[in-house]
Design a binder for this molecule. Sequence first.
Ligand code: NAD
Length: 316
Amino acid sequence: MTTILVTGGAGAIGSSLVKALSREHQVLVLDDLSSGWIENLRGLPVKFWRGSVTDDEILKEVFAASPEIVYHLAANFANQNSFDYPQKDLLVNGLGTLKVLQYSREAGVRRFVYTSSSCVYGDIAEPIGEDSHQFSLDTPYAVTKLLGEQYVNFFHHHHALPTVIFRLFNSYGPGEYPGKYRNVIPNFMLRALQGEPLVITGTGEETRDYTFIEDTVAALALAVSRPEAVGRTFNVGTGTETPIRELAERIRDLCNPGVSIVFQERRVWDSISRRCADISRIRETLGFAPKVDLETGLARTYQWFQENRVAEFRPL
Ligand SMILES: NC(=O)c1ccc[n+]([C@@H]2O[C@H](COP(=O)([O-])OP(=O)(O)OC[C@H]3O[C@@H](n4cnc5c(N)ncnc54)[C@H](O)[C@@H]3O)[C@@H](O)[C@H]2O)c1
């Protein structure tokens, strides 16, 4: 049994990762619950600290529990949030990441896993590979997720920390509640269930690569089981792009065929018209293959919505 720390472990992705890891390992969670949900961890055998990755006192306590592996997921999430609160974004995603790296190095962890984002890439009309240098940092969040990568690489190259970076492409699924700063899928589902129109900010032809949470978690697990991952950066996506109009139609048909789909101006910071992952590196190096298609993933997300009565007590 290995002791594994997951920062941000109450969040949408962190909680699914914690659930999977806690079947075989001792899991420590550090989360300040600023955007996560404690109900996601209910019943799981984890040791939980409520606090910030910027707080040395709590970091000392957490690292005194001797984690051997660190998954650093805690972050100020995401683009719009960083647009509204850029200083907090820098503090958590920049300084917080640096601190967790420092404590991980001092503890001699045997793997440090960092979740970066596809938002570090520019607007590229083909599936994007990891070596693309067309970075287009449109929001403070994109700036600080790339900053985090640079710190991770610094610790790998100069302190021999065994690190792995994953650039996630639009992860979705059970465990993510709707909210002002949350992703489009839970927010569309909530609006459909409340009989509100689904609002697309753009023409509807903009594409994204939607990755079901189980596939995201399976990719994260490979960082530890596959030594070839160390020192490298991998895209985590499906390699399939879906126009936002199609996504809205699928959710409408699934949740409430009566609602309309309306269009508004793009958000000022949103310049990305196409987004699709080239996943050949993670497939060839780590044997990753996404298993859940969009239809199945949306159906399972909707099932979770219903089972947890999410729409009844989660107003936007
Ligand atoms: N969801 C996606 O589509 C996506 C895409 C790309 C990258 N990512 C990255 O994956 C990671 C997890 O994303 P998510 O979707 O689960 O987001 P999330 O907001 O659900 O999870 C982040 C967690 O970090 C916690 N947190 C925030 N600030 C903290 C702090 N100062 N100290 C301790 N905990 C703090 C939050 O309470 C939350 O539980 C993040 O690093 C995010 O940048 C996510």
